[in-house]
Design a protein around this ligand. Structure first.
Ligand code: SUG
Length: 447
């Protein structure tokens, strides 16, 4: 039975804007209040999805969330009609309005942690929606994310769903951005590698000083328990607190891995040698390759500004063949001569990355979201794929439908001030209503 690593990319929502909402995320802070182009953002994301599909990969789509989230504004004491609520909230706190309009669910690497059937005790694929409780504008995503995942992956013979972990920073969970699965091939039992930013229960353990550690060890351990993993197929490692303070707010900004390859910066983990030794001791197979990038090759600063590690690694090898991977990188990597030269050197070397493809994802990058942030990986067998709603799997028709939908419903300029325009809310709701049948998800937005 064929097994695939399916990338479910977040479709960028029509309220995409820049508001500097994420402390510790340098790009988000730097671009606060710049005008965004939601149409270009969505089309850039769709182009990446189409290209991966054309490379022969199974490509999925995750629907955007409905914005603004009026229920949250009501829960904060704003009353009246929906338009009045937005206007009142704007007058008191434009920041709250922005947070309730955020298109942040586009970064689906933060939607959930997923453990494939071949790793779990009961042989089902497990999903835990991330609570994202460290950032208010993301903390209410998990409710709709859970509903969406349960609707898409509804066959209980194949899939098990868990609620997001309890809120509060002790169990801060940012999903697959801090979770990597390593295995000889996607279909074989794998090793699940969890990277956390702090041990929340231990006040004396190392922690970042300036920026929040968004993932706790306690949260990662809870997810492993929920998913029926065990000590032989898990590794827990602490992210280096200094890199969090330098702007690495998720592990996927400093490391990326899939199947037999882990590509990481030397400063990524608190004790890299020990971490890699533990992975090697638990990994089942002979192909594991740890590709460490030294600071002298690519500085931490260049890694963060170009998102060299927020790239997608695609295992392109046929069974039994020598491993070869394609790297999907943002154009920012190409524009930095040091990073571009490093990548050219790697491709020419014996390391298993054989090709780099660059994509313009500038609109998402300006909020700190690169190629890897935009996708949630779900390893699925053909039988599992056959069990899910087919309109969420990309093909030429769906791509064309989504491009037409974006062209019809999205603005090409959205500034912070525009959020108070009552017409915008109508446009966002019309767009959501038109999207439901395109993705075969009628009623999902309960409009
Ligand atoms: O959570 N940015 C997101 C970026 C998430 C990137 N995801 C991964 N690395 N997997 C965040 O910080 C910025 C929103 C704003 O400022 O308007 C934001 O939420």
């Amino acid at each position: 039975m064929s097994v695939f690593e399916v990338n479910f990319d977040g479709l960028v929502g029509p309220s995409h804007h820049y508001a500097g909402l994420s402390k510790g995320n340098i790009a988000s802070q730097a671009n606060a209040m710049a005008a965004a182009n939601p149409k270009a953002a969505a089309l850039q994301g769709l182009k990446k999805m189409k290209s991966l599909n054309e490379m022969g990969l199974v490509q999925g789509v995750l629907a955007p969330h409905l914005r603004p989230n009026i229920a949250i504004l009501r829960s904060l004491g704003f009353t009246g009609t929906d338009a009045v609520i937005v206007e009142r909230a704007w007058r008191e706190s434009p920041e709250i309005v922005s947070k309730c309009f955020s298109a942040s669910p586009m970064w689906t690497a933060n939607a959930a942690t997923v453990s494939p059937a071949s790793d779990t005790q009961d042989g089902k694929t497990h999903f835990t929606a991330a609570n994202l409780c460290r950032m208010f504008h993301r903390s209410y995503e998990s409710k709709f994310t859970s509903q969406l995942l349960q609707r898409m992956f509804s066959n209980s013979d194949h899939f098990a769903h868990h609620d997001a972990l309890p809120s509060g920073h002790f169990f801060g969970d940012e999903g697959a951005a801090n979770h990597t699965r390593l295995a000889e091939s996607h279909g074989e039992p794998g090793l699940e590698f969890f990277v956390y930013g702090e041990t929340a229960f231990d006040a004396n353990a190392p922690k970042p000083q300036n920026y929040p550690a968004r993932q706790s060890k306690e949260a990662s351990q809870a997810i492993a328990r929920l998913h029926g993993l065990n000590s032989s197929n898990t590794v827990f490692a602490q992210q280096n607190p200094d890199v969090i303070d330098a702007g690495v707010f998720h592990n996927d900004v400093i490391a990326v891995g899939t199947s037999s390859l882990l590509f990481f910066h030397e400063s990524a983990f608190l004790d890299s040698e020990k971490v890699i030794a533990e992975i090697k001791s638990k990994y089942q197979g002979d192909s594991f390759y740890a590709l460490k990038v030294l600071n002298s090759e690519v500085s931490l600063e260049d890694a963060i500004s170009t998102y060299l590690f927020n790239t997608q690694l695609l295992d392109q090898s046929a069974p039994g063949e020598r491993k070869r991977f394609t790297l999907i990188a943002p154009t920012e990597c190409q524009e930095n001569s040091r990073v571009e030269q490093y990548l050219a050197k790697i491709v020419a070397s014996d390391a298993p990355i054989n090709e780099v493809k660059y994509f313009d994802l500038r609109e998402s990058m300006k909020n700190g979201g690169g190629p890897a942030c935009l996708r949630l990986r779900v390893v699925l067998s053909q039988a599992q794929i056959d069990s899910i709603q087919p309109r969420v799997i990309l093909n030429e028709n769906l791509y064309d439908d989504l491009v037409s939908w974006v062209n019809e419903h999205y603005r090409d300029r959205l500034s912070f001030e525009d959020l108070r325009d009552p017409q915008l809310m109508t446009e966002l709701r019309d767009a959501a209503a038109a999207l439901e049948p395109i993705l075969g998800l009628q009623g999902i937005y309960q409009l």
